[in-house]
Design a protein. Structure first.
Length: 232
């Protein structure tokens, strides 16, 4: 069972690792849903921890339909991550009609075939979850997981769709489904019993007072770990 948490800097990354997080997602501008961190922040985090670090690659928060200019920035940001010794990114791109932008994925993966990609919650805005998943299966050598709330605002509302997606992922041996958005200590047991995913993504729910302004709540993190790992 994999527990992934959001971090914003090196100090938080170190604390997340000490608390037993299995993987971290590094972002900036969390109030905008997460944007690409600075070069210095990426360097600091990669040098500070030994657990996997997925770096958000998102040039703006306006939409997920990227222009040629956006793509140039995206490619440069990915190049910087690789230059620092990282190879893991969080990324997603859609066409104007809300389908997976395979052209952009082809470009990025073709240029940087070593990438380990989490396709982020752009997935929740697609025209069809089933169709979008089928589109991403062909990239499973690079797109290792999909962060999603099942096309709904939160995992509570999307839990039955998440359950279906997890079933499809296991049946098709495609990218793993990683539920995220609205997960809390209070609801994770019920969601996990329904969805049965092998990894979960937490944000502010594992912070003191559920705020990204504060540090991690050690007790909450440990209770979530205990819940997901069957009390072990």
């Amino acid at each position: 069972m994999v527990l992934e948490v959001i971090v914003q800097n090196g100090q938080e990354a170190v604390q997340a690792e000490k608390l037993g997080a299995d993987r971290i997602e590094l972002v900036s501008a969390i109030q905008e849903g997460g944007l690409t961190p600075s070069y210095g922040t990426i360097k600091q985090v990669l040098e500070s921890v030994s657990i996997p670090v997925q770096v958000m690659i998102r040039p703006h928060s306006y939409h997920y339909c990227y222009t040629d200019g956006d793509l140039k920035i995206i490619r440069e940001d990915i190049r910087k991550v690789l230059s620092l010794g990282g190879a893991r990114i969080v990324f997603g791109a859609l066409t104007k009609d809300n389908r997976i932008d395979e052209q952009i994925l082809d470009t990025i993966i073709g240029t940087y075939p070593q990438l380990d990609i989490t396709f982020h919650r752009a997935f929740d805005e697609v025209h069809s979850l089933d169709e979008a998943y089928e589109s991403l299966i062909k990239y499973k050598m690079n797109v290792k997981r999909i962060l999603t709330s099942g096309g709904e605002k939160s995992c509570i509302e999307g839990k039955w769709k998440l359950r279906k997606l997890v079933h499809i992922a296991k049946k098709m041996n495609g990218p793993d489904i990683m539920p995220g958005a609205g997960l809390t200590l209070d609801n994770i047991q019920g969601i996990h019993e329904t969805v049965n995913a092998n990894q979960y993504h937490f944000g502010k729910a594992v912070r003191i007072d559920q705020s990204f302004r504060n540090t991690f709540d050690e007790d909450v993190v440990k209770l979530i770990q205990k819940t997901l790992r069957g009390g072990s």
